[in-house]
Design a protein around this ligand. Structure first.
Ligand SMILES: [Zn+2]
Length: 59
């Protein structure tokens, strides 16, 4: 029943810092998040989920 943030576990590789575009659940507006995931380039949260979300989502 733990609800940890999934991305905290994904520390496998060091990539260049870039920006992830997401949508705020509070305001519904686009927000930019500093990201250092292995994608290594600007991307959306959906894109990140495509790459890593499937595995990480499995509890
Ligand atoms: Zn990223």
């Amino acid at each position: 029943m733990s609800k940890q943030t999934r991305r905290a576990r994904l520390r496998t590789a060091t990539a260049e810092a870039h920006v992830e575009r997401a949508v705020s659940v509070v305001t519904g507006r686009p927000i930019l998040i500093r990201c250092e995931c292995p994608l290594g380039h600007d991307h959306t949260y959906a894109e990140w989920q495509e790459r890593f979300g499937r595995e990480a989502a499995e509890e």
